[in-house]
Write a protein that binds this ligand. Structure first.
Ligand code: 5GP
Ligand code: MN
Length: 340
């Protein structure tokens, strides 16, 4: 999965450092949070002084992860975040591969730093953002990859049950509990190793997937019954939520996580798009099955990217303009894909 040369470069950088800043992408998801905190626990066990700096707030459904109370949120505590980062011997970027994925304010700050850096990530088309670039698109998640990098480094013993629980979390959230993105047997070996370390797997699933607020369930019910439109000739569905609709259901960050996946379970639907109003912009999420590349679509029309089957982006148009753009561009993109 990772060459000996890269592992050796990774070890050299870690061994030379004492204070280490671990940085995942903005709006961190389970994989970003799990890999950051998992690595933090392992590096502490190795005798290092790691700090986790997240660009923007993390969703409530991940607030039980061990170590979250130590996290510094850049957007909320810029001075502290900047001094922690500047005083580090090493930066580790997790679950992203382009500076813009940490958001505008933080991007300008980290892109100009002259500190040793490592990237561990599983998204395609990486920019050269670090001295040591560990990029494996075949990995289910950055959590799986980070776990393997530690193992290949001969540091398995530093993955304690806290680290294992964090890594397990990211593998589960990035694969929909081993539903998609999980055809590689290595993923299951990693999962088996993590369970062997002694995590309470049932507890993790309970906390991740069975701790919905009633409001979130009602919002899901509303969006599925009232806000999904199918375009059968393009095998796509789209759904959308305005700020007013979100407020009506007392929206909390993370509440719409996973909504975009539901239309994929409709017969004949192979792709799904979700648009929601967020901070003066429209946040977009795209999902697909098989070869259909939603990352390309998002990159071309919605300032985004991601994986072939799971991508995100944003639009500076209002909701009406964004949906219009989607409705005019998707059919052409779909036809070009069919013809190719
Ligand atoms: P989500 O729809 O859950 O926000 O994102 C799905 C996937 O696309 C995730 O793997 C995420 O890291 C990636 N992603 C989300 N937004 C962007 C974006 O604006 N640019 C790029 N390159 N990737 C994104
Ligand atoms: Mn990921």
């Amino acid at each position: 999965m990772v060459s000996e040369k890269l592992i050796s470069a990774f070890k050299t950088k870690i061994e030379a450092a004492n204070t280490i800043s671990i940085i995942p992408h903005l709006n961190p998801d389970g994989d970003a949070m799990g890999s950051a905190l998992g690595l933090m626990h392992a590096l502490k066990n190795l005798g290092k002084k790691p700090s986790v700096i997240v660009p923007t707030a993390f969703p409530k459904f991940l607030s039980w992860l061990n170590g979250v109370d130590e996290i510094v949120v850049f957007e909320e505590n810029e001075d502290q975040a900047k001094s922690t980062i500047t005083e580090s011997d090493l930066l580790i970027y997790l679950d992203f591969n382009a500076y813009k994925r940490v958001g505008e304010t933080m991007e300008g700050f980290i892109a100009n730093l002259q500190l040793p850096s490592i990237m561990i990530d599983h998204h395609p088309y990486p920019d050269e953002i670090a001295d040591v670039m560990i990029s494996v698109t075949a990995a289910s998640s950055t959590c799986e990859l980070a776990c393997n990098v530690l193992k290949l480094s001969g540091w398995s013993q530093y993955i304690d049950s806290n680290a294992a629980e964090c890594f397990y979390t990211g593998i589960m959230t990035d694969t929909g509990s081993l539903n998609y993105n999980s055809s590689n047997p290595d993923t299951y070996r990693t999962v088996a190793d993590l369970i062997e370390i002694g995590i309470d797997k049932d507890k993790v699933h309970q906390l991740l997937f069975q701790s919905n607020s009633f409001n979130r369930m009602r919002l899901l019910g509303y969006v599925l019954s009232e806000k999904v439109t199918l375009i059968p000739e393009c095998k796509v569905a789209y759904l959308w939520l305005t700020k007013e609709e979100l407020e009506k259901y007392n929206f909390q960050p993370g509440d719409t996580e996973g909504f975009v996946n539901y239309p994929l379970s409709i017969e004949g639907i192979n792709a799904s798009a979700f648009f929601m109003e967020k901070d003066e912009q429209i946040k977009c999420s795209f999902r697909s099955q098989g070869d259909f590349p939603v990352n390309k679509f998002s990159e071309l029309f919605f300032n985004g990217g991601g994986h072939r089957n799971a991508a995100g982006g944003r639009s500076d148009f209002d909701m009406e303009g964004s949906l219009k753009r989607f409705l005019s561009e998707f059919p052409k993109f779909y036809q070009d894909f069919i013809k190719a």
